[in-house]
Design a protein around this ligand. Structure first.
Ligand SMILES: N[C@@H](CCC(=O)N[C@@H](CS)C(=O)NCC(=O)O)C(=O)O
Length: 233
């Protein structure tokens, strides 16, 4: 199988997939889609994913039509299944508990992070002031959902079972931009302890985090931020 992974390493959704690729040692060709240069809006990229979002995975199988997948969660599961992994994506009933947390992450826990990112990181680059109503809504969502995960993690190092699964990657991803976007996750001591434990003990997660931070530092350096502003106008 020939796999092409279209990604910007500064994206926390791409990080979820990168961590799986690294964790399972899967051979992929990475195609850099520069979000800052709006390459995700090119005609060619939009034929792969009409939403214009990374990540995208294309599997050029030897036989049949290529498989084109967007949505990080679907890509992560596809990769695990394609190599027969049952560690990140356990078999049996545990699989449905992992899936439950992945869906909960998408529908609830991850919601505040992009709001903070747009208002605290992107808006100033565009010379726009912070929309306080959106930040209030993000805080409302965090106050609603944060205690659920924090309570679940009270006596756990991983979200499901005793080792890392896709549920950990999906739930920890929104903390990736925390130093820049300032989402107040530090109100939740168990979430903070668990997230640090993942960074310390899961190499694939740490490596993908380093790549994300390097990319973001470069993207937000004054020279590049100027380019990003021009591209957005
Ligand atoms: N639901 C999608 C979200 C992906 C997503 O939000 N991608 C962002 C980067 S983190 C993106 O491509 N943004 C570019 C845009 O919206 O134009 C997934 O889980 O893969």
């Amino acid at each position: 199988m020939t796999l092409k992974f279209y990604a910007d390493p500064g994206s926390s959704s791409c990080r979820r997939v990168s961590a799986v690729i690294k964790h399972l040692n899967i051979d992929v060709e990475e195609v850099f889609i520069d979000l800052l240069a709006r390459q995700n809006r090119s005609e060619k990229f939009l034929t792969l994913n009409p939403t214009g979002m990374v990540p995208v995975l294309v599997d050029d199988q030897a036989e049949g039509d290529p498989i084109v997948l967007s949505e990080a969660g679907a890509i992560m599961i596809y990769l695990c299944e394609s190599v027969g992994d049952t560690t990140l994506w356990p078999s049996g009933t545990q699989r449905f508990t992992v899936l439950k947390w992945m869906l909960w992450a998408a529908e609830h826990f991850r919601q505040p992070a992009p709001i903070y990112f747009e208002e605290v990181v992107i808006a100033p680059l565009m010379g726009v002031s912070e929309n306080t109503a959106r930040i209030s809504e993000a805080n409302r969502l965090l106050a609603l959902h944060g205690p659920i995960l924090d309570g679940h993690l009270r006596d756990r190092d991983f979200v499901v079972g005793g080792t890392v699964t896709l549920a950990d990657f999906d739930l920890a991803a929104p903390l990736s931009q925390m130093t820049r976007s300032k989402v107040p996750y530090n109100k939740f001591p168990n979430i903070m302890r668990w997230a640090k434990g993942l960074e310390d003990s899961v190499e694939s997660w740490r490596v993908s985090g380093t790549a994300l931070n390097n990319r973001m530092d470069k993207a937000l350096s004054p020279t590049n931020a100027e380019g990003g502003r021009a591209a957005a106008e």
